[in-house]
Design a protein around this ligand. Structure first.
Ligand SMILES: Cc1cc2nc3c(=O)[nH]c(=O)nc-3n(C[C@H](O)[C@H](O)[C@H](O)COP(=O)(O)OP(=O)(O)OC[C@H]3O[C@@H](n4cnc5c(N)ncnc54)[C@H](O)[C@@H]3O)c2cc1C
Length: 400
């Protein structure tokens, strides 16, 4: 996850402009403007607390996700993949578009290929539209790549390149984002907290630029789209925290709130909703599109993520590699931090730590899915440096 993925669309231009900065407004003046800080349980960042390390490839397309409808043999196939670093965030809104295309073909029985974030949300959306749906997939949770995502609201993270999108893409993206957001909000307060709002802390050694039009200071070598301004109303504004009001070591700390997906629970809830809707899973691998002929359904929605590159021989899909070190979850630690190109999201199903790289080429077109344990350890050391008092030295009375 890069810095903008961490910030999602909440820390961008509008939020930056709205910051109350200590240099302009004294800390004493700022303090009363801030809501009380929630207790921040320090992260216990030591390599022995890593319980797994995972690598995931974002299914990136320079032009943004595909929605093409085509004939393959006697089947109608809707290609529905290429969501880059935004698949969880955009899932519901993207599903609305793909399912509308399937229903327009008069589909009553639909085959969805793929059981990741896009496959499950597409299947549930098709059921709600009145179709009988079967999911065919090589893997299911927890083995799909979607299980290895950071799990934050990041609808415009590595989702397309500015230079490659069609003129109508920004509006389509906004439509997907707003529809997705609304559906995600309907999961708030449900058992297991599949979706929840959590606090995020952006740490910096230098004063953030309040006039920057960008949500990230990372150099834009490739030029991924940045659309945060279009949906500024969906998320709160960032605030500067006065020195001494937080446990972090960095001199400048901003706080905002964003959406976290507790992916393990979210996936289970989606699978259950699908089955309660009469859905069925069939394990199946497709080696080529000719294999679609084996299915009884005439309408197929292919939600095959990065696997689409091989299945459709689609070279417009490129891998963008990301590695996550998972620390043991901690009672009361449900927040995120970004500092020094490392992001932390303390979720209920693990504290995910990711090196996000110092510019937007990090991981781009890198298909290597091998775990780099030394890199994981380095990122954990950065997490330890985020706190003024290392968590390891805090007395045992502090909650685990
Ligand atoms: C490190 C990292 C962090 C991320 N963080 C976030 C985040 O915080 N927020 C966010 O919104 N997004 C995030 N993403 C992006 C998100 O994870 C992806 O966009 C999303 O997982 C794509 O989902 P999918 O269902 O298309 O693909 P997948 O999860 O890969 O699912 C594909 C499905 O298709 C099946 N399949 C593929 N090929 C075949 C075949 N030939 N035959 C049969 N079945 C097949 C697979 O078995 C699987 O079931 C992140 C990605 C990475 C790598």
């Amino acid at each position: 996850m890069r810095r903008r993925e961490f910030l999602g669309s909440v820390g961008g231009a509008g939020a930056m402009a709205a910051l109350a900065l200590p240099g302009r407004l004294g800390a004493q003046t700022i303090a009363p403007l801030l809501a009380p800080l929630p207790a921040i349980v320090p992260i216990r960042a030591t390599p022995d607390r890593i319980f797994r390390t995972t690598v995931c490839l974002r299914p990136f397309r320079a032009a943004g996700p595909r929605f093409d409808v085509e004939e393959v043999g006697r089947k109608h196939v809707i290609r529905h993949y290429g969501h880059g670093g935004s698949g969880w965030s955009l899932s519901w809104g993207s599903a609305d578009i793909a399912v509308a295309k399937a229903m327009a073909l008069g589909a009553k029985d639909i085959a969805v290929i793929g059981a990741g974030a896009i496959g499950l949300t597409t299947a549930i959306t098709a059921q709600r539209a009145g179709a009988k749906v079967t999911i065919y997939a090589k893997e299911r949770f927890p083995d799909v790549r979607s299980a290895r995502a950071t799990g934050t609201w990041s609808p415009d993270s590595r989702v397309a390149l500015e230079s490659a999108v069609a003129p109508d893409f920004p509006a389509l993206w906004e439509q997907m984002t707003r529809a997705s957001y609304a559906r995600h909000m309907s999961f708030l307060g449900t058992p297991g907290d599949p979706v929840e709002w959590t606090e995020r802390y952006m740490l910096a050694d230098e004063m953030p630029d309040p006039n920057s039009a960008r949500s990230s200071n990372a150099p834009r070598t490739l030029g991924f789209v940045e659309y945060g301004d279009r949906v500024r109303d969906l998320t709160p504004r960032a605030q500067m925290l006065p020195p001494g009001s937080h446990p972090f070591a960095a001199p400048f700390v901003r706080r905002n709130s964003s959406i976290a997906f507790n992916v393990a629970d979210f996936a289970r809830q989606l699978e259950m909703d699908f089955m309660l809707g009469g859905g069925r899973f069939v394990p199946m691998e497709f080696n080529e599109t000719g294999d679609f002929g084996k299915l009884k359904e005439k309408v197929i929605i292919a939600c095959t993520g990065y696997g689409s590159r091989a299945l459709f021989r689609d070279e417009s899909i490129l891998p963008v590699r990301g590695q996550i070190a998972w620390l043991i979850p901690q009672e009361g630690a449900h927040y995120g931090i970004y500092y020094n190109h490392v992001s932390v999201l303390a979720r209920r199903d693990g504290i995910v730590v990711q090196d996000t790289g110092s510019d937007d080429t990090f991981g781009y077109n890198d298909p290597n899915e091998t775990i780099d344990r030394a890199a994981a350890d380095r990122s954990i050391a950065v997490v330890a440096s985020m706190f003024a008092q290392p968590a390891a030295t805090i007395p045992a009375t502090v909650p685990k």
